[in-house]
Design a protein around this ligand. Sequence first.
Ligand code: SF4
Ligand code: SF4
Length: 73
Amino acid sequence: MTKVDDIQENADTCLKFCGPCLTYPGIEGEALFCARGKSSAPKAKKGCNCGICDIRKKYGCQGFYYCINGVCE
Ligand code: SF4
Ligand code: SF4
């Protein structure tokens, strides 16, 4: 069970960080990987902006690359 709330406000914040990320898969409708799980078409790691994201900090998430690894537990 993820600890990040799957709400629109969090998805909006997410796209400020995931959106410009070089690893962002860019699949229509996908965001908030730390809550919703990995992308349906993950890309190779080219950096991860989650480390500077307010959501990751707020919910005390560990790790990075949620679009590849899945939810923050
Ligand atoms: S921690 Fe990463 S996946 Fe989660 S909201 Fe922030 S940028 Fe998006
Ligand atoms: S989860 Fe991390 S690596 Fe994936 S798109 Fe978001 S910021 Fe980039």
